[in-house]
Design a protein around this ligand. Structure first.
Ligand code: PLP
Length: 457
C-alpha cells in the first residue's frame, strides 16, 4: 500500500541514471527505415553527417538496450536532476477520487521544461566532435531556451531562428536565450537564402516552424563550423529523455506503489516517451501486461488519433528525410494554439510504432477543457503548468474521475513536462474568457493529406 504521509520523493545526486534506455532493443520488429527525400532509398550515416555529430547518428540507429551517459552530461544534469515525483494529494482531495495521482515535475530545470535532458547531451557530443556552433529553430521558445543553456554549458555558439510571431509575443523567452549567450533572430530572417526568398514574397510574413527549420538546416549545411540540433521526434532525442521514466520508477518504489496508468502530452513525442518508454518496457516484455499508457494531443492537431500512418517529411517545406509516422500532412499548419509545443504535423516514429502495435493509447483534448484542468491543478497543487503539460493533466483528471465512478483505487502517473511561467498571455486570455476551442480542421487536414509523398515502403 502507498505510504499515507509522503507528498514527494526527491532522490539524491547519486540516483541520476547512468544509462539511457533504448526501446528499439525491446521492439518485436525493427523500426521502419528512414528514406532519402530524393531517391526514396534508406539513408545511411553519411547522409546525416553534415547535420549531426557522428555519435548522435550512431545513437539514432543503435540496437543496444542501454547507452552510457557520459560523466560530463551527468555533471550538468546534477544542477536539477533527479527531478521530484509528487503525489498530488490536494488534487486528489479536490476531485474526491480514490485514485492516487503522481506527477513527475520536469519544470525544475533551469529552462523550465524537460528539453534540457537532450539539449545537454546534444551539446556535449557536438563539443566532443569539435563543432563550434549550433543552429536550431524554436516555435514557442522552450526548445530554444534549452539549447541556449546547453550551448553555454559547453562553450558553443548558438543561433536560434525563432518563429517571428513568438519572437514578438514572447520577448522574455528571447531574453532568456540571450542571457545564456545565444543569438536569436526572428524567422523568416535575411540571414539565409530560405528566409530571404520568403521575405521577398511576403515582407510581413509572421513565420512558421517549417520556415524556421529550413533556415536552421540551411545554416548548418552551409557552414563547416556548425551542426543542426532538433528537440524532439528523433530516436536519440527520445532516448535522452528516458532519465525521466527511470527516475519515476525508482521514486514510485519509494512510495511503495506501482503505476496502473502512465500519461504524457505529445507534440513530437519526446517527454511522453521519456516518461513512458521505461514503463512500456515492462508491458512489451510481459511483466506488466495490464499497464495503460496514454499519449495526449490537442484536438486541433491530432496526428496520432486522426493522422495517417505513412511516410512523410519531418518539416513543412520538404527538406528533411522521409520518416514513417502518423501525420496530418507536412503542409498542415495547425491553429494558433497556446500549446505551441504541440503544434506539429507528425509524431516521433517510435511513438507511432507503439501506437500502431497497441502498446500505447492516444487521446485528443480541446483547448478550453485543457485550460480548465490547468487551473484546477494550479489551484490545488500550486504549480502553474505549461499549456502543453496541461494536456496530460486533463487526461489524468479524467482518469481519476473514471476511478471515482468505478470505485477503483488505481495509481495514475503523468509527466508535468514544464511550468507555464512564460505563458501568462495564455492564462490571461483564459481567465478573461477570451480563449476559444478550435474546430477539428477536417478540410485543412484532408487537403494536407493529399500532399503526402507517394512512397513504396
Ligand atoms: C513544456 C513542454 N511540454 C511538451 C512539449 C512537446 O514536445 P515533446 O512532445 O517533444 O515533449 C514541449 C515542446 O515545446 C514543451 O515545451
Amino acid at each position: 500500500m502507498a505510504d499515507k504521509a509522503l507528498t514527494k520523493i526527491v532522490l539524491g545526486d547519486r540516483d541520476i541514471p547512468t544509462r539511457w534506455y533504448n526501446i528499439i532493443a525491446d521492439l518485436k520488429t525493427p523500426p521502419a527505415p528512414v528514406l532519402h527525400p530524393g531517391t526514396g532509398q534508406p539513408i545511411g550515416p553519411a547522409d546525416l553527417a553534415p547535420l549531426f555529430p557522428m555519435e548522435l547518428i550512431k545513437q539514432e540507429v543503435s540496437q543496444e538496450r542501454w547507452i552510457e551517459i557520459p560523466d560530463q552530461v551527468r555533471d550538468v544534469y546534477r544542477l536539477w536532476r533527479p527531478s521530484p515525483l509528487f503525489r498530488a494529494r490536494r488534487l486528489e482531495k479536490a476531485l474526491g477520487t480514490p485514485a492516487r495521482i503522481y506527477y513527475k515535475y520536469e519544470g525544475v530545470s533551469p529552462a523550465g521544461s524537460h528539453k534540457p535532458n537532450t539539449a545537454i547531451a546534444q551539446a556535449y557530443y557536438n563539443k566532443q566532435e569539435k563543432v563550434a556552433r549550433i543552429s536550431t529553430e524554436t516555435g514557442a521558445g522552450q526548445w530554444g531556451s534549452a539549447i541556449a543553456l546547453a550551448s553555454q554549458m559547453f562553450g558553443l555558439q548558438c543561433k536560434v531562428y525563432m518563429v517571428k510571431v513568438s519572437y514578438q509575443q514572447k520577448p522574455y523567452r528571447r531574453v532568456m536565450m540571450e542571457t545564456w549567450g545565444a543569438q536569436v533572430v526572428a524567422s523568416p530572417s535575411p540571414d539565409t537564402q530560405a528566409g530571404k526568398q520568403i521575405l521577398e514574397k511576403d515582407p510581413d510574413s509572421t513565420g512558421s516552424l517549417g520556415i524556421a527549420i529550413s533556415e536552421a538546416v540551411e545554416d548548418a549545411a552551409t557552414r563547416d563550423d556548425t551542426k543542426y540540433s532538433l528537440g524532439s521526434v528523433l530516436n536519440h532525442v527520445l532516448m535522452h529523455q528516458t532519465v525521466i521514466g527511470q527516475e519515476a520508477k525508482k521514486q514510485l518504489e519509494k512510495f511503495d506503489d506501482e503505476a496502473d496508468v502512465v500519461i504524457g502530452c505529445a507534440g513530437g513525442g519526446s517527454n511522453f516517451a521519456g516518461l513512458a518508454f521505461p514503463f512500456a518496457a515492462d508491458k512489451i516484455t510481459g511483466k506488466k501486461k495490464k499497464l495503460r499508457i496514454i499519449a495526449v494531443e490537442p484536438s486541433a492537431c491530432p496526428s496520432l488519433t486522426k493522422g495517417v500512418y505513412t511516410y512523410d517529411f519531418g518539416d513543412t517545406v520538404g527538406m528533411t528525410p522521409l520518416v514513417k509516422m502518423h501525420t496530418l500532412g507536412h503542409g498542415f499548419i495547425p491553429a494558433p494554439l497556446h500549446a505551441g509545443g504541440l503544434r506539429y504535423h507528425g509524431m516521433a516514429p517510435l511513438v507511432c510504432k507503439l501506437y500502431d502495435e497497441k502498446v500505447i493509447e492516444a487521446v485528443a483534448v480541446p483547448q478550453l477543457a485543457t485550460f480548465q484542468a490547468a487551473i484546477e491543478f494550479a489551484r490545488s497543487e500550486g504549480i502553474i503548468p505549461a499549456p502543453e503539460s496541461a494536456h496530460a493533466i486533463r487526461v489524468a483528471i479524467d482518469e481519476a474521475l473514471r476511478c471515482k465512478k468505478e470505485g477503483k483505487k488505481q495509481a495514475i502517473v503523468f509527466n508535468l513536462s514544464g511550468h507555464g511561467n512564460f505563458d501568462m498571455g495564455a492564462y490571461e486570455a483564459y481567465l478573461a474568457g477570451k480563449l476559444t476551442d478550435y474546430e477539428y480542421p477536417a478540410e485543412k487536414i484532408a487537403e494536407a493529406l493529399r500532399g503526402i509523398p507517394q512512397v513504396k515502403a
